[in-house]
Design a protein around this ligand. Sequence first.
Ligand SMILES: Nc1ncnc2c1ncn2[C@@H]1O[C@H](COP(=O)(O)OP(=O)(O)OP(=O)(O)O)[C@@H](O)[C@H]1O
Ligand SMILES: CC(=O)N[C@H]1[C@@H]2OC[C@@H](O2)[C@@H](O)[C@@H]1O[C@H](C)C(=O)O
Length: 381
Amino acid sequence: MMKTASSTPTAYYIGLMSGTSLDGIDAALVSITPGTPPKLLATAAVAMPDTLHAQLLHLCHAPVAHFAELAAAEDAFCRLQAQAVTALLTEQGLVPAQITAIGSHGQTIEHAPQGHQGGPAYTLQLDNPSLLAELTGCTVVADFRRRDLAAGGQAAPLAPAFHQALFGQRQGEQLVLNLGGFANLTWLPQEQERAVVGFDTGPANALLDAWFAKHHTGRFDENGTWAASGQIDQALLARLLQEPFFHQPPPRSTGRELFHLAWLSDHLTGDEAPRDVQATLAELTAVSVAQGVTQLPLSQPSATLLVCGGGAHNAYLMERLAAHLPKVTLLSPATLGWPEDWIEAGAFAWLAHQRLHGLPGNLPSVTGASGPRVLGGIYAP
Ligand SMILES: Nc1ncnc2c1ncn2[C@@H]1O[C@H](COP(=O)(O)OP(=O)(O)OP(=O)(O)O)[C@@H](O)[C@H]1O
Ligand SMILES: CC(=O)N[C@H]1[C@@H]2OC[C@@H](O2)[C@@H](O)[C@@H]1O[C@H](C)C(=O)O
C-alpha cells in the first residue's frame, strides 16, 4: 500500500550516479522538504581511473564474464563511490548520521528490457549496496530499475519523474533533455492531470567517446572541436537513421548493447575520414533528439528545452541541436539552481527519498510499467 508524503522536516540525501559514459562517480548532496522541489546543496566528483574504466567497458561488451572479474570491478566501483561520499561529507563538515540515505544507481553493464534472444527481460547494474553501507556508515537505497522491469516497464528512463519533481511546478509546459552516454527527453505538461512523456532518443556521448578514443588518446572530444573540423556525411547519417530503434514509439530505452562501435562499423564503407564520422555521430544525436521533440505533444512549437548531462558542454553538439530545433530555446538548468552535470545524481537522491517514504519512483506513462511502483531496496548501515 502506497503512502502520501507526510509533513516530515527537511532531510539530507546523497545521490550517486555513474552513467553510461563511464566518466566517473557524481555525488550530489540534496535536501528534501516535502512539498517543495529538491535542492542541490553540494557536489563531489571522482573521475573513473583508467584501469576501472577499461575493466567496466570490457564487461559491457563481454559475452560471458568471469564472476571473479565482475566481483573485482564491483568492489573497485563501490570503493570509488565511498570515496565520493567521503569527499562530500568531509568538504561539508557532515557526519554519516546526518544523511538520511544514499541513493546508488550502480553501473549499468547491460540493459535488455526486451530480453535477449527470447530470454527474460533484464537490466544489470553493477553495485554493492551492502559494502557501500559498511564503508560509509549510511543507509543505502539501491536496485532502482528492476521493480519497474518486473512490472512490465523498460526500467528506464527514470529521470523524468525527478524532472517532474524539480520543474513540474514551473509555469507552462517544460522540456528536459539529458545528453549522457545516451540521450533521454522529458515533456512535462502544463496541466497536472496530463501524463508526462519521456523516452530515450538514442546514442549521445557513448558513441562519440568510443569513436574519439579509437582515433585519439583521451576520453572525449573536448567541446566537439574534432567533430567540428569534419563534414557531416549525409549518406552515412541516412544509413544510421534506418536503425529500427529510431522509429519505435515510446516506451523505449536503449544502451551499449545496440549502439556500439561494431554497429557503427557495419554502416561504414571504409572510405570515410574519421573526423567526418565524428561530425556525423554528433549529427545523429542532434537529429534523433530533434525527431524526439517532434513526437512530443507540445502545445506550441516555441518551447524552452533544459539541456543537462555532459553533452551540454559539447559546443559543436549544442550548435547542431540548435540548428535542428530553430523554434526551441536551449537553456541550462543552472539558471534554475541545478547545474547540468548534477541532475542525474540528484535524481537518485530523490529516488532514495521516495523509497524511504513508500512513494513511487517510476512514471508508468514513461516506462510502460503496469502501474506506479516503489523502487529499490534498503540496506541499513
Ligand atoms: N567539455 C566537453 N566537451 C565535450 N564533451 C564533453 C565535455 N564535458 C563532458 N562531455 C561529455 O559528457 C560525457 C559525460 O556525460 P555525463 O556525465 O552526463 O554522462 P553519464 O553520467 O554517463 O550519463 P548517462 O547516465 O545519462 O548516460 C563525457 O564522456 C563526454 O562525452
Ligand atoms: C539502463 C540505463 O542505465 N540507462 C540510462 C542511460 O543513460 C541515459 C539513458 O540511457 C537513460 O535511459 C538511463 O539513465 C538515466 C539516469 C535514467 O534512467 O533516466
